[in-house]
Structures are given as structure tokens and as C-alpha cells.
Ligand binder design. Structure first.
Ligand SMILES: Cc1cc2nc3c(=O)[nH]c(=O)nc-3n(C[C@H](O)[C@H](O)[C@H](O)COP(=O)(O)O)c2cc1C
Length: 243
């Protein structure tokens, strides 16, 4: 039996349903017999198509729901996690995935002025927690990643862009951890002088390498609800005086 011709663009429900040859034959047979099953099937497909279309064309900027969009859901459900299951090891390829995500961040003039120190031994994690008063969760973390700016690779016209470059990388790291079922928190180092000095000394960093943050990572313990930060008053269209 001949197959139906290419589906016209005006029938999106057929485009979206990815029918195979067998399904085409079945539908054509049913169509020829004008079966009630065919009518019911077509009605169901049309209803499904209409409901799919109405959600897929929704403007993400005008909806408060990220349902069905995995990337948006991951962004909107991320939260700082400071309690971790003790004694758990994060596999090496998972650590590499986290680093790959961090290095996917945008950077000024694509300089990628970064170095990442992975701390995966208990003693070093504990020593770091001793010098960082707001990073005590390091004592229970499986690893920590320290995103650092490498001034020797920074954009020479405006070296301070390294801070934004490394901030983008750090957020990518947090999002990747969350998407992999890990918990993480950004603990601030730069620009607090004493913290930069303590971390640099502990990790033996050369003078051109500045630690931006310490990110403890582990398998989350307990429930961690994301905060709702949506604030329409912080949004301005075209001019400060417009809302
Ligand atoms: C630059 C920066 C520094 C931070 N420093 C610390 C810190 O030293 N210790 C800590 O527990 N959390 C720290 N945080 C995490 C914030 O407390 C957290 O992001 C904020 O409360 C919002 O919560 P959320 O991450 O769950 O959305 C820091 C976050 C940023 C961006």
C-alpha cells in the first residue's frame, strides 16, 4: 500500500506525533472505513495538539510556571545547601561534569581567565573550614571547588572583568551541582582581604591567581526549599521611572 504524502505544515498534530510507517497504514485503513475508533482517535489527537500548542507558545516572561522546561526548573529550584550526607564520595566524572559546566560560562573577550582548585581530601577541607568562619559546612562536604581568577589571562584593557567571568562560572557550577542531585553553596572569599590571604596561603596559590569563592559540595541532607525571590518592583522597562 502507498504511504500518505508528506504531511502538510497546516497539520501540526501529525508533525508532532512522529508517526511511523505502521501507524500511517493503520490510520489510512481506519480512515477508509470511516471507523468510529478512527474518529475518536483523531478527536483525541486534535485536543492533545491544541493543548500542547497552547503551552508551548506561552511566553516564559509572562508566566510564573517553569513546568516542562528542565533548564528553567533547575534554575528556579536551586538553593544554597549547607548540610551534606557524611562520608560520601562524588565520582570523578561527576566532578569533571561540574568543571565543564563552570567552564561553559561566558567571559569577557572569551579570555576564560580561570583556574579551579578541587579539594577532595578530608584534611584540606577541614583546614579550609578553620580559616573561613562562614564556611563551616566544609567539615561535612564531600569536596569543595575554588574558582579562581587568573590575572595573567585576564582582559588587559579591563582586568576586573575576571570577577564577572568567575561569578558566571560559579553560578554554572551551582546549577550543575543542583541538576546532578548534589547540594552546594557559594561562600564568599574575594574581595575580603583576610579571606583571600587565608585561602591563597592554604592552597599555595601564586600571586596572579585570586580565589573568588569556595564552593562546598556534597549529597544534600534534609529538605531544601528554594526561596521565592520574584519581585516585579525591581523590574524597569526602558527607563528608571517606568514600571
Ligand atoms: C558573593 C556571595 C557570597 C556568599 N557567601 C556566603 C558565605 O560566606 N557563607 C554562606 O553560608 N553562604 C554564602 N552565600 C550564599 C548566600 O547566603 C545565599 O545565596 C543567599 O542567602 C540566597 O539563598 P539561595 O542561594 O538559597 O537562593 C554567598 C552568596 C554569594 C553570591
Amino acid at each position: 500500500m502507498e504511504l500518505p504524502p508528506e504531511t502538510p505544515a497546516t497539520a501540526p498534530f501529525i508533525i508532532h506525533t512522529k508517526l511511523n510507517t505502521r501507524h500511517y497504514r493503520l490510520i489510512s485503513n481506519m480512515s477508509m472505513k470511516k471507523s468510529p475508533i478512527f474518529t475518536a482517535l483523531m478527536a483525541t489527537m486534535i485536543i492533545t495538539m491544541i493543548s500542547c500548542k497552547s503551552t508551548s507558545t506561552a511566553d516564559p516572561a509572562t508566566t510564573d510556571s517553569s513546568a516542562g522546561n528542565a533548564a528553567l526548573e533547575n534554575i528556579m529550584t536551586r538553593t544554597s545547601v549547607r548540610q551534606y550526607a557524611p562520608g560520601k564520595t562524588i565520582p570523578k566524572d561527576t566532578v569533571e561534569l561540574l568543571l565543564r559546566a563552570a567552564m561553559s560560562a561566558p567571559t569577557a573577550v572569551n579570555r576564560q581567565p580561570w583556574q579551579f582548585i578541587v579539594i577532595d581530601n578530608r584534611e584540606s577541607l577541614d583546614s579550609l573550614s578553620e580559616v573561613l568562619p562562614y564556611a563551616k559546612m566544609l567539615e561535612h562536604a564531600s569536596i569543595a571547588i575554588v574558582p579562581c581568577g587568573d590575572l595573567s589571562k585576564a582582559f588587559e584593557d579591563e582586568p576586573s572583568y575576571w570577577i564577572q567571568d568567575l561569578s558566571a562560572a560559579t553560578e554554572n557550577l551551582l546549577l550543575a551541582a543542583h541538576s546532578l542531585g548534589l547540594g552546594a553553596v557559594w561562600t564568599g572569599v574575594y574581595p575580603t582581604k583576610e579571606r583571600v590571604a587565608a585561602v591563597s596561603q592554604q592552597l599555595g596559590l601564586p600571586a596572579n591567581v585570586i580565589p573568588l569563592a569556595v564552593v562546598p559540595i556534597g549529597y544534600p541532607l534534609g529538605d531544601h526549599k528554594p526561596k521565592d525571590k520574584w519581585n516585579p518592583e525591581a523590574v524597569h522597562f526602558n527607563h528608571w521611572s517606568q514600571s
